[in-house]
Write a protein that binds this ligand. Sequence first.
Ligand SMILES: Nc1ncnc2c1ncn2[C@@H]1O[C@H](COP(=O)(O)OP(=O)(O)OP(=O)(O)O)[C@@H](O)[C@H]1O
Ligand SMILES: N[C@@H](CCO)C(=O)O
Length: 322
Amino acid sequence: MSVFTPVSEAELSDWLRAYTLGPLRELKGILAGIDNSNFFVTTEGDRSGNWPDQTRFVLTLFENLKAEQLPYNLELMEFLSQQGLPSPAPIRDRNGQYLGELNGKPAALVVRLEGDWTERPNVAQCAQVGGLLARMHLAGQAYPQQRENTHGNAWRIRTAIAVSRFLTPAEQGLMENEVALQATFDRSELPTGAIHADLFRDNILFVGDTVSGVIDFYFACTDLLLYDVAITVNDWCMGHDYRFDTARLQAFLQHYHATRPFTAAEAEAWPMMLRAAALRFWLSRLYDYFLPRPAEMNQPKDPRHFHRILAQHVRETPPLPV
Ligand SMILES: Nc1ncnc2c1ncn2[C@@H]1O[C@H](COP(=O)(O)OP(=O)(O)OP(=O)(O)O)[C@@H](O)[C@H]1O
Ligand SMILES: N[C@@H](CCO)C(=O)O
């Protein structure tokens, strides 16, 4: 998104003294993203340090998460990268710490990965992402930490109340009904674990058709694996008419299923998970759109997109096609 908290070159140069990355060469605010303040940082490098060949990093100032909530996310990134998954490793400073404070916000540096995100993924790319998500879910089963989803039931109820006045009566009806249904839906038989929880197209980097990076683990939490699949396909496999593109959806789910087979309970819960995933981003986009925080650079996302996806899933919920 955005830069909510500006950082000057002088402030960053001073902050970088805690690291063995060499002096600052370039600092650039990143417009993409809507939750945290992000910057591309290039340093001169330091051959004597722990990261001798690295000079390109991403600096994140966390706008919502508190320092005590961040070890779950940053250590998950480190854990997955140690398991061979393309997640950016957080950089530890001279004292072995990967989390500091800059301009009053918790702040961390991670390795800047190569590649670009793709706005229009093809079938082969969806297949790759399906397989990758399943591998992340399997690897995450051994991750020892737990973190409750900050965007679960209580958040849904709170946010629905906050945005209600901006909706038409029909939209209010859809939202109230959906929030109530999701609150009582039985999730007890569904497999859980570490999930990314925001694996949209802009959070996967490709070099050609090959995934080079998975970024932005700052909503990661312990929750239903199937919910993560639903969040991901609602973005990666959606057609222009708010119905799934069948070829991309099947490629994604078949590659996922080949690595982590879906259970019978998951097949049954699929329609409700697709709806929960659409509701989650309808609510957060409404909140960010109508009740925005002040930002130096900001690009709110369109809430109507997920309203339409949710309405379509309610009209016609496709079965899990595997
Ligand atoms: N490790 C990385 N390597 C390369 N580019 C990165 C990396 N981390 C972030 N970026 C770039 O910064 C942009 C914003 O980062 P990110 O998606 O983490 O921001 P955010 O505000 O937390 O986003 P979101 O709105 O998705 O929650 C990305 O789209 C990407 O261009
Ligand atoms: N991926 C989210 C933004 C980050 O939470 C969206 O597209 O609404």
